[in-house]
Design a protein around this ligand. Structure first.
Ligand SMILES: Nc1ncnc2c1ncn2[C@@H]1O[C@H](COP(=O)(O)OP(=O)(O)OP(=O)(O)O)[C@@H](O)[C@H]1O
Length: 227
C-alpha cells in the first residue's frame, strides 16, 4: 500500500468560522490501482488529493505516504517526499510556456540534480511512454490539449514516482483525448503505479479499478461494475 488514512479529517479556518472539508476518513491507496475520487463541486475531493499529495497536513487523524507518517515530517521533509514519491497532473497541464515539451519533462530531474546524460535518457523514455517523442521539440502552445496533457503525464512520471495524483486531468479535453489520457493512466496503474484521479465526470468510471465517492466531506467506497 502506498498511502493510508486513519480517521483523517481536514478543517479550514475562515475568519472565526471553521469549515470541515473532510470528515474523519479511513482508507488506503494500493499499488497497481487506478483509484477514482468522484464527487460534486466543493465536496472535498481536492482536499483529499492534497492530503495524499503531502501538500496539506491532516487536522486530525494519521496519514502515511510511502511508509512515512506525515504529521511527523517538517515542511522540508514533506517537500522531499513529494519530489521523490509523487507525480502531479493538473487540469490546466501547468507546462512552462517558453520550454519545449522535452525541457518541461526534464525539469523535475534538474530539480533532483540528476546528471545530464541520465536525465536525457529518462526524459526520452517518459516521452516514449506517452507517445510524444516526435513532438518533443515543440512548445506547449504548438500542441493540442490532449498532447499537452500527455507531456504533463510524462513530466509526472519521469522521476519514477510510486504515486501519481491527477486533479481533473481530462476537464479541458475532448472525448478522444480523454480516452488516450485515461488509457495512459490506466496502463501506468496496470504496471504497478498507484494512480489517483479526482473528477466529477462519470465517464471516467470505466477506467478505474476502484471508486470512492466524496459528498459533503464524507468518503464512501462505491461498488464498481466492470466494463
Ligand atoms: N484553503 C481553503 N480555505 C478555506 N476553505 C477551503 C479551502 N480549500 C477548500 N475549502 C473548502 O472546503 C470544501 C471542500 O473543498 P475542495 O476544494 O476539497 O472540494 P472539491 O470537491 O475539490 O471541489 P471542486 O470540484 O469544485 O474543485 C469547500 O467547502 C471549500 O470551499
Amino acid at each position: 500500500m502506498i498511502a493510508k488514512l486513519e480517521e483523517v479529517s481536514k478543517m479550514y479556518k475562515v475568519g472565526d468560522q471553521e469549515i470541515v472539508a473532510l470528515q474523519p476518513t479511513t482508507m488506503e491507496v494500493k499499488e497497481g490501482e487506478l483509484l477514482l475520487i468522484i464527487g460534486p463541486s466543493g465536496s472535498g475531493k481536492t482536499t483529499l488529493l492534497s492530503l495524499l499529495g503531502c501538500v496539506l497536513y491532516p487536522s486530525k487523524g494519521r496519514l502515511w505516504v510511502d511508509g512515512q507518517e506525515i504529521n511527523r515530517l517538517n515542511e522540508r521533509q514533506l517537500a522531499h517526499l513529494r519530489l521523490s514519491t509523487i507525480g502531479f497532473v493538473f487540469q490546466s497541464f501547468n507546462l512552462l510556456a517558453p520550454l519545449t515539451a522535452e525541457d518541461n519533462v526534464l525539469m523535475p530531474l534538474r530539480l533532483q540534480g540528476v546528471k545530464n546524460a541520465e536525465a536525457r535518457q529518462r526524459t526520452q523514455k517518459a516521452l516514449e511512454m506517452v507517445d510524444m517523442m516526435d513532438r518533443r521539440k515543440q512548445l506547449p502552445k504548438q500542441l493540442s490539449g490532449g498532447q499537452q496533457q500527455r507531456v504533463a503525464i510524462a513530466r509526472a512520471l519521469v522521476t519514477n514516482p510510486k504515486l501519481i495524483l491527477c486533479d481533473e486531468p481530462t476537464a479541458s479535453l475532448d472525448k478522444d483525448s480523454l480516452d488516450v489520457v485515461m488509457q495512459e493512466l490506466r496502463h501506468l496503474a496496470n504496471e504497478g503505479k498507484s494512480v489517483c484521479v479526482v473528477t466529477h465526470d462519470p465517464r471516467l468510471e470505466k477506467y478505474a479499478h476502484r471508486i470512492v465517492s466524496v459528498n459533503n466531506g464524507i468518503v464512501t467506497t462505491v461498488d464498481k461494475i466492470d466494463h
